[in-house]
Ligand binder design. Sequence first.
Ligand code: 2RA
Length: 337
Amino acid sequence: KELNIAIVGASGAVGQELLKVLAQRNFPVKSLKLFGSERSAGHTYNFKGKEIEVQLLTKTPEDFKGIDIAFCSAGGGVSKDYAETITKYGCLMIDNSNAFRMEKDVPLVVPEVNAEDALNRPRNIISNPNCTTIQMVVALKAIENLCHIKRVHVATYQAASGAGATGMAELKEQAIAIANNKEPVVKKFSSQLMFNLIPQIDVFTENDYTKEEMKMYNETQKIMHSDIQVSATCIRVPVMRAHSEAIWVECDEEITVDQAAKAFVEAEGIQLMDDPSNGVYPMPLFIAEKDDVYVGRIRRDLANPKGLAFWCVGDQIRKGAALNAVQIAEWLIKNDK
Ligand code: 2RA
């Protein structure tokens, strides 16, 4: 069956990736409507050889009448403001923002982990988790299948793409400015990112963790239906579009490196890349534009007998956003009869 699809936020980094992913995966698209702000309305984008013009997003529910699925990626404010408009006539909203992620009546879905949750969506909204959570839970699920994970410590190394197309442009402009002995311009990030690390993503909450770090705590519990405790430190790094994570897990029982490696090999959506003595491990430069989550550097946690450490890299715009949203839709096409 072919579906009528909309993309809200078509001009953004994730909107553009959605166009690519839908085409590359031959998603069954009957019709495609693009929506955007005043800034992007009127632009045209190519989808499978056809130019499609971006329509201004307004509060006219009729614009979404007959549309089966709207992929939304225009920020939390827009998602909150337009959810009623989008879903009024039965359109399913797959929302990439943080607007509804923790609401009880909105499933938060990573198909490799909790696809079935997508079947229970009373508001006709499904949330796509935050990018850092998505790639981590894909890896954690493989371990959880072996033995319950009690706690996780994670340090993230997050690419500029997490701050959108303007974040990527800023990193590139800073690199060019520095190479030309010019002062790098800082607009999107709080400090110069090139040749630097910024240990703050999003704003601080009252417990001194950032919102980004608390997303990893709360979203992981919701997706995994688990009491798992996650303590995160999230860092912006001068990398273009793949996020990396150093992860330490503590399980109820001891798990060997071999058991973990086998679980990663067998897991859906994971590629094991782990031959460190030959310099083989995932690196964000080379994982950009790949679909799977890449895992390597698996080893015992020296500080914890029931612990395991590994390194995990995933493309932020793809698995961390656009691809995961499309995979949710693909799963529903197969399983939601
Ligand atoms: C970031 N997690 O990397 C955000 C994007 N969703 O900034």
